[in-house]
Write a protein that binds this ligand. Structure first.
Ligand SMILES: Nc1ncnc2c1ncn2[C@@H]1O[C@H](COP(=O)(O)OP(=O)(O)OP(=O)(O)O)[C@@H](O)[C@H]1O
Ligand SMILES: CC(=O)N[C@H]1[C@@H]2OC[C@@H](O2)[C@@H](O)[C@@H]1O[C@H](C)C(=O)O
Length: 373
């Protein structure tokens, strides 16, 4: 490998809580080249604890600190895999960008300055790997009056933006978020609602499988019209941007409330079909609302591997080419991790990374806190 190349590692463990994605990447101008990808599932007890920490519970400060340590150790394992795959020593890596695990996201609530909390132990990660770590990317934007999310639209612009054309980029993770990249370089970006978080929960509960592979189970069900309308009436969906959300709102209790109101007698497979339709419809509606003439939707995140969901999106957006991000140079499971590698680069270069037009902050800020090697 070229010794002049500046290598970065990006680590993402997102709201679906399926595991950790890591990439090894370098950047040249607006281009991002990912040369390695490694992923690791979260150990079942850590996953269960992180899910539990999404809500108040006994002794949660102590438990959160221990979970952060365990997550940092798991991150270090992914870093070691990437280094081994690439045949690189830690000294070859300029920095790691590590997102951490979001367990609360309450921006701009309370007295006007809320908080967003990503569990992580970047000091331990730097110690374990011998590599500089950049972490805590969201809190500066929240302090500046922003949502602290989504942060990937600026990265999407650099990677997927096209001259003379509006391009939409949809991430289908635990939560869905849309970036609208205008031909003049302007960007609108916001969270749409839940993507896999509720579908995974329902699938696991009724089939024992962690997710609905290819959407096959949903495909065999029939969306329940009244339930779908009730889900689509969620006030968050109608809010104008800037807006972001998380498991704080879209959690199993939210779904249970709707199912109870509907009589609790729905067939589980039909509920899954309804959740898939809800995801597709909530995203499609936002695209039509904010970029009616757009004819290209690039989809990333694990939901891009859900063939049924992709078909439903295409059906609801007949004039739009719905395409997997792999066709545009970056495979769906690598996009967010690559974005955090890029965010680390921005931070170390002293360059801003937030888009105030997206998050609603008072201005663009340098994001992240640095833990030197
Ligand atoms: N083959 C597949 N078929 C259907 N769904 C899949 C498949 N592979 C992955 N997924 C879905 O993608 C999810 C993981 O997506 P991803 O890693 O993009 O989410 P995340 O990064 O945790 O979330 P977020 O973007 O909200 O932070 C899994 O939980 C699963 O629901
Ligand atoms: C608070 C938080 O973790 N938000 C995540 C989540 O997952 C998807 C969506 O909600 C997005 O807003 C964000 O992640 C991506 C990486 C972002 O900041 O752009």
């Amino acid at each position: 490998m070229d010794v002049q190349t500046r290598w970065y590692i990006g680590l993402m463990s997102g709201t679906s809580l399926d595991g950790i994605d890591g990439v090894l990447a370098n950047f040249s101008g607006q281009k991002c080249l990912v040369t390695q990808h490694a992923s690791a599932p979260l150990a079942p007890d850590l996953r269960a604890e992180l899910l539990a920490l999404n809500r108040s519970g006994a002794d949660e400060l102590h438990r959160a600190a221990l979970a952060a340590n365990a997550l940092a150790r798991a991150y270090a394992g992914v870093v070691r895999s990437l280094l081994a795959q690439a045949g690189l020593a830690p000294e070859a890596i300029h920095a790691i960008g590590a997102h951490g695990q979001t367990v609360r996201h309450r921006p701009q609530t309370f007295d006007g300055t809320g908080y967003t909390l990503q569990l992580n132990n970047p000091a331990l990660l730097a110690e374990d790997t011998g590599i500089t770590v950049v972490a805590d990317f969201r809190s500066r934007d929240v302090a500046a009056g922003g949502q602290g999310a989504p942060l990937v639209p600026a990265f999407h612009r650099g990677i997927f933006g096209q001259a003379g054309r509006t391009v939409a980029v949809l991430n289908l993770g635990g939560i869905s978020n849309l970036s609208l990249l205008r031909p003049d370089g302007g960007v609108l970006g916001f969270d749409c609602g839940p993507a896999n978080a509720l579908m995974d929960h329902w699938c696991e509960r009724h089939t024992g499988r962690p997710y609905d592979d290819q959407g096959a189970w949903a495909r065999g069900g029939r969306p329940i019209a009244a339930l779908l309308q009730a889900l689509l009436a969620e006030p968050f969906l109608a809010l104008a941007p800037p807006k972001s959300t998380g498991r704080d709102l879209f959690n199993p209790d939210w779904l249970a409330g709707h199912l109870a109101a509907a009589g609790n007698d729905a067939r589980p497979q039909d509920v899954q079909a309804t959740l898939a339709e809800f995801t597709a419809a909530s995203c499609a509606r936002e695209l039509l609302r904010h970029a009616p003439g757009c004819d290209l939707l690039i989809v990333c995140g694990g939901g891009a591997l859900n063939a049924y969901l992709m078909e439903r999106l295409q059906a609801l957006l007949p004039g739009v080419g719905v395409q997997d991000s792999g066709r545009h140079g970056l495979s769906p499971l690598q996009v967010e991790a690559a974005a955090f590698a890029w965010l680390a680069r921005q931070c170390l270069a002293g360059d801003t990374a937030s888009l105030p037009g997206v998050t609603g902050a008072r201005g663009a800020r340098i994001l992240g806190a640095i833990y030197p090697a």
